[in-house]
Write a new protein. Structure first.
Length: 719
């Protein structure tokens, strides 16, 4: 953290010393950024909410291949390394860290080109992407139940009527091979297309010593998009998007000795996901006073996640001496020592289909209400999610059979928003969403649930243009997350069969500013969040049968959070730009206690939430000379954080440095790059439990680490 403070201090001092020198120069101003994730497109400077925007220029400059690489550039965002790619996200400390069973119910929405991939964010290649928008804080009006913490909105490049094509290849250590290409142009006078495809492969930085393989944690991903833009008439436009992702990844990351990169499993895990999604968007302006937008979306996903839970192999355990812990009646008996026999598997296959339809009407600019002062918007939203699961696991006692379950959720919402121009450059935005959710669950263990509930959220935001360079806003927003249920619980935990809806109130003040003739642009937000009936993940290891775990969701009473986010860009010269982010977060339980494996109550009131680092930051810059020499250097980091709410183990703070140098021409470019240049060991997930029978299942910390240093070369050609 000292490094980023020093860097920002130097940057600030340099900006004041250099202001006069650059004031007389005629460089181009920073390009205006348009936000597309709200109901209507608007300038980022005028958006009355905390939004982090990562542009295509920054994605290309940093060489970001996947959304995983982009995460470090967003303040107050974290993820859990529970999968081969980031799938479980936390914004301001709010969000899931895993999902072992039960119904999908995301706190962070994930949308790609109007296609809902919430909870399936692994399918998020950054190839041919225009920009990434991360909306921090509840988005109750716009997105509803899946956006309690916020929303990630990824927009890929649009079709063009100008013919353009490109191909890009990358090679690196860990047997990295990446090949990607795109093509865009006009199919007719009214129809444009864009198609892109990417194949990414690497070994995954793990050596399985037992199987003598170096690719049991490998990445093998094929993804692509097809976009069509049709101007049917002067009043009607139609946009169609089709995406697919075939991810055949491994998941072999856990070791008993925490060395991080040499595994011993005999059944290495897998993390597969096949997703196909489509969206069809109609914009019709033929009505006298209003415009119609209709968005249909469908996504079908097969995902398969499995891991070797004993983290070793039969030969390894047979060489260990274990306590004969149970007699024939299941009672404890530690009188004998026998060879260890320990085999643990967790294997889940799921098929998920999600369909949604949104229809909304908004006024034309000539038909505002309230004496031409107020824009209005109203709409309806319906969705249906179907998921079938086959789960084989010692978790929750399903040792001898596969738990088969079926889940269905139907959502219906109505929403409205008013945006009014008041006197003295004040803008008032008021939004409301009312949503009903009906769900049904049944499984082969005879658990069944059919909860139904109606929830509401919304926002009130007041903004003011202080002058041409500064816009300020205050915002109050309410978000919600549906309640749910736990299956397979033992009798002593029967009070946790169902859990309640969670709500979040967010109070926010923000300021958008430009300096030095728009060469410096900053956005700062200060927030306070009040969560009620917070849903928390809890787990218990049975002390009489250590191979059995009970994992469930419960409600804490409440938690409060406060903090700040800063996003800064500076176009120093026409050749040099600098960008930085800084996040501060203090997220704590008000009152919460959980049960340990012995049934004792552990009070963690006033403790920091899990996966909620107090400090996150990034700092980077790009330089390109007039002759085409290119340099990008960036650093990012975060302070330590608790891994879970069910124990007290924490990660270490970390700082990563990435670098990229190259040469660019109008048609081709070549780059040499390195990620994690200093080869730092970064923990992204951690557990604390007993997983070694030879030491009587004594609890210890286990950590999963991110990728070590990787270097490579990239060639890019466009024509």
């Amino acid at each position: 953290m000292n490094l980023v403070k020093s860097s920002l201090a130097i940057l600030t001092s340099f900006s004041f010393l250099s202001a006069n020198a650059y004031a007389s120069e005629q460089e181009e101003a920073i390009e205006s950024i348009t936000v597309t994730s709200n109901f209507k497109q608007q300038s980022l400077a005028q958006a009355p909410t905390s939004i982090a925007v990562v542009t295509s220029e920054q994605i290309l400059a940093q060489g970001d291949q996947h959304f995983e690489n982009v995460l470090a550039s967003v303040a107050n965002v974290n993820f859990s390394g529970e999968s081969s790619r980031p799938k479980f996200l936390q914004i301001r400390g709010v969000g899931e860290r895993s999902q072992y069973s039960g119904a999908p119910n995301s706190s962070v929405g994930f949308i790609v080109d109007d296609i809902d991939l919430s909870g399936l964010g692994m399918a998020a290649s950054m190839y041919d992407v225009n920009q990434v928008e991360v909306l921090r804080g509840p988005q109750g009006t716009r997105f509803g139940a899946n956006a309690l913490a916020g929303m990630v909105y990824i927009q890929s490049n649009a079709p063009s009527d100008v013919s353009e094509h490109g191909i890009k290849t990358s090679f690196g250590n860990d047997d990295l091979i990446n090949v990607a290409g795109f093509s865009t142009g006009a199919l007719s006078e009214r129809l444009n297309y864009r198609v892109s495809i990417e194949q990414h492969q690497q070994n995954g930085f793990r050596d399985n010593l037992f199987l003598a393989k170096d690719d049991t944690n490998g990445i093998d991903e094929l993804s692509g998009k097809l976009k069509l833009a049709y101007q049917a008439s002067d009043e009607l436009t139609v946009d169609f998007t089709l995406l697919f992702a075939d991810m055949d990844n491994g998941y072999d990351v856990w070791t008993l000795d925490n060395n991080g990169f040499d595994t011993l499993t005999d059944h290495p895990g897998i993390d597969k996901q096949k997703s196909s999604g489509s969206s069809l968007k109609f914009n019709y302006s033929g009505f006298t006073s209003a415009e119609l937008t209709a968005i249909s979306s469908f996504t079908s996903t097969d995902h398969h996640n499995a891991f070797d839970g004993d983290w070793a192999n039969a030969n390894y355990w047979a060489e260990k001496s274990c306590t004969d812990y149970y007699d024939e009646n299941g009672n404890g008996d530690d009188s004998d020592q026998i060879p260890c026999v320990y085999e643990y598997l967790w294997d889940k296959e799921a098929d998920r289909d999600v369909w949604s339809q949104e229809i909304r009407l908004n006024n034309k600019s000539s038909h505002k209400i309230f004496n031409q002062t107020t824009d209005w918007l109203a709409g309806i939203y319906v969705s249906k999610l179907d998921e079938e699961n086959d789960l084989e696991s010692y978790y929750n006692g399903w040792e001898d059979e596969i738990l088969v379950s079926q889940y269905q959720a139907k959502n219906m919402a109505i929403f409205a928003q008013l945006d009014s121009t008041l006197s003295e450059d004040y803008q008032l935005s008021v939004g409301l969403r009312v949503e009903n959710r009906d769900s049904d669950y049944i499984d082969s263990e005879q658990d069944s649930f059919s909860p139904s509930e109606t929830m509401w959220g919304g926002h009130i935001a007041l903004s003011k243009a202080l002058n041409n360079d500064h816009n300020a806003y205050v915002r109050i927003a309410k978000g919600y997350k549906a309640g749910g249920f736990n299956m397979g619980l033992p009798a002593e935990l029967s009070q946790f069969k169902e859990f309640d809806t969670e709500t979040l109130l967010n109070y926010e003040f923000g300021l958008d500013s430009s300096y030095l003739n728009n060469k410096i642009h900053s956005r700062v937000a200060f927030f306070y969040m009040d969560r009620k009936d917070q849903q928390v993940n809890a787990s218990q290891q049975d002390p009489n049968n250590p191979q059995r775990f009970t994992i469930y969701t419960a409600n804490a009473t409440s938690s409060t959070s406060y903090g700040a986010e800063l996003d800064l860009t500076w176009q120093v010269t026409a050749n040099l730009n600098v960008y930085a982010t800084l996040g501060y977060l203090d997220a704590r339980y008000d009152n919460y206690a959980y049960f340990d494996k012995y049934g004792s109550t552990i009070d963690i009131s006033d403790r920091t939430l899990a996966h909620a680092p107090k400090n996150t930051y990034s700092l980077g810059g790009s330089y390109i000379s007039d002759s085409g020499v290119f340099v990008n250097v960036s650093t990012s980091g975060k302070s330590s954080f608790y891994f879970s709410d069910s124990h007290s183990e924490k990660s270490s703070s970390n700082q990563l440095i990435n670098a990229r140098i190259g040469y660019e021409t109008q048609s081709w470019s070549v780059y040499l790059w390195a990620r994690n240049l200093t080869d730092e060991k970064v923990a992204t997930r951690g557990f604390y439990f007993g997983n070694e029978p030879d030491i009587d299942w004594a609890a210890k910390k286990f950590e999963r680490y991110a990728a070590p240093r990787q270097v490579g070369v990239t060639l890019d050609y466009q024509f």
